[in-house]
Write a protein that binds this ligand. Structure first.
Ligand SMILES: Cc1ncc(COP(=O)(O)O)c(C=O)c1O
Length: 479
């Protein structure tokens, strides 16, 4: 045997480079406003700057960090910029980043309770905390019939809910024999596209996901839902699931959970409530009325990785009856058998989602909640809502602009009165300028601009500047 060699980073090297990386991140945060918010890179440009072949010999760490600065940063859209108003927030924070780093440092794979009891138990505990922090029904507590689990995304949560609903409605037969094409599910025309993907993956089929019409506020119409369920039953189909949304992606519309819930209860359908972004607002009691009716929900989810300062990815998903979820997703090969599982005294989260392996995500959530405290989180959410409401007020007061939808929280849908082409031009010019980033949707068939306030460090001056820049670009648009 030749002498043993090691190419690994030693603990001392790790300490030194780790400090450099943390310094780099802190500097990045301080200078983030100097970058164009939307990356100005052309397709293929970043790849073309990278070496064709991987290095045969390892390189010094300093070279890696230099290349991040030189080669990678130009291709980064700065989601953490306070001038990022596009899509929905994906905010992060110091405690979130450090919690994530610790999770990497521990390198735990928490598929079973026994593969790291703390990974499971901290997660259960933090999700129970959140039930009371958000004013959710007690049935979602782990000490009740339900419980919560951290998923990667709201898309995965919706898929799990749909699978459990399908199984409950078919007496757990579909898992054995496959879906027979008669199972139907319901969402609104405004529901996030992840529900269509879930219908594809769950074998329900996109045409068996009924998209229910919405009212003038873009919220699902419970009467139309009830009629469609009735028609499907008469046609011999098996309705199983409804997804209601608290804060749709396009316009932040609020489906009436209470009325939809009653329809679900009468028809014995699984009600899943998707509050991906807006669920965070429930930290503040004054916004909880937006999700009245959660007592009817079989499952609920929101993304701390959107608006609760917890860096991507982190989705919190609760079910009212954990048995239905576990019976749907549980599978136990010999090599995973262990005494703790057999005892029935522990939670094995591998039975609560699609994948087997899982990161220690609850660490970052725990850090965020402990760092800010409930009051700190409430303060920042209220500030974001206030800023969006102020922006909506400016739009209302300006003769050249109009609001395109109600503004319940932190998303403002608005448009210049000059028509689609004018709005398109305004948006493209703003985004090309790098000063801010906003995106669009279509409401009532018209191009609509969206300004979403939710970045960690967005303050009054950023929203003021956004409005100033929007009006400047609007003035250049031909009448
Ligand atoms: C209401 C709603 N649901 C689901 C999603 C999908 O989120 P994720 O990326 O966590 O799957 C989004 C993201 O925009 C959303 O706004």
């Amino acid at each position: 045997m030749p002498d043993e060699q090691s190419f690994h980073m030693t603990p001392d090297e790790f300490r030194r480079h780790g400090h450099a990386v943390v310094d780099w991140i802190a500097d990045y945060q301080s200078r983030i406003e100097s970058f164009p918010v939307l990356s100005q890179a052309k397709p293929g440009e970043i790849r073309a700057s990278l070496p064709v072949n991987p290095p045969a010999q390892g390189e010094p760490f300093d070279a890696l960090l230099k290349d991040v600065e030189k080669l990678i940063l130009p291709g980064v859209t700065h989601w953490q910029s306070p001038n990022f108003f596009a899509y929905f927030p994906c905010n992060a924070s110091g405690p979130g980043i450090l919690g994530d780093l610790l999770s990497s440092g521990l390198g735990v794979q928490g598929m079973l309770w026994s593969t790291s009891p703390a990974c499971t138990e901290l997660e259960t505990h933090v999700l129970d905390w959140l039930v009371s922090m958000l004013g959710l029904p007690d049935k979602f507590l782990s000490s009740s019939s339900g419980g919560g689990v951290i998923q990667d995304t709201a898309s995965s949560a919706a898929l799990c809910a749909l699978l459990a609903a399908r199984e409950r409605a078919t007496n757990y037969i579909s898992n054995q024999t496959g879906s027979d094409g008669r199972v139907v599910a319901y969402a609104s025309t405004q529901t996030h596209s992840s529900l269509q993907k879930a219908a594809m993956i769950a074998g329900i089929g996109i045409s068996n996901l009924r998209l229910i019409e919405v009212d003038e506020k873009f919220a699902m119409r419970p009467d139309a839902l009830a009629r469609q369920i009735e028609a499907d039953r008469r046609a011999g189909l098996v309705p199983c699931f409804v997804c209601a949304t608290v804060g749709t992606t396009s316009s932040n519309a609020m489906d009436p959970i209470d009325e939809i819930g009653r329809v679900c209860r009468e028809n014995n359908l699984w009600l899943h409530v998707d509050a991906a972004m807006s669920g965070t607002a429930a930290l503040c009691p004054e916004f909880r009325h937006l999700q009245n009716g959660l007592e009817f929900a079989d499952s609920y989810n929101f993304n701390p990785h959107k608006w609760m300062f917890t860096n991507f990815d982190c989705n919190c998903f609760w079910v009212a009856d954990r048995k239905a979820l576990i019976q749907t997703l549980s599978i136990l090969p010999e090599y995973l058998r262990n005494q703790a599982t057999e005892s029935g005294a522990v939670i094995d989260y591998r039975d609560w989602h699609i994948q087997l392996g899982r990161r220690f995500r609850s660490l970052k959530l725990w850090f965020v909640i402990r760092h800010y405290g409930v009051e700190g989180l409430q303060y920042h959410i209220r500030r974001h809502v206030q800023l969006a409401q102020t922006f909506a007020h400016w739009v209302r007061e300006d003769d050249n602009f109009e609001l395109a939808a109600p503004v319940p929280l932190n998303l403002v849908c608005f448009r210049h009165k000059g028509g689609d082409a004018a709005n398109q031009t305004i948006m493209e010019r703003l985004n090309r300028s790098g000063d801010l980033f906003l995106t669009h949707t279509k409401l009532d068939g018209k191009m609509t601009l969206r300004l979403c306030v939710g970045q960690t460090h967005t303050e009054t001056r950023h929203v003021e500047n956004a409005w100033k820049r929007i009006r400047e670009e609007a003035e250049k648009v031909p009448a």
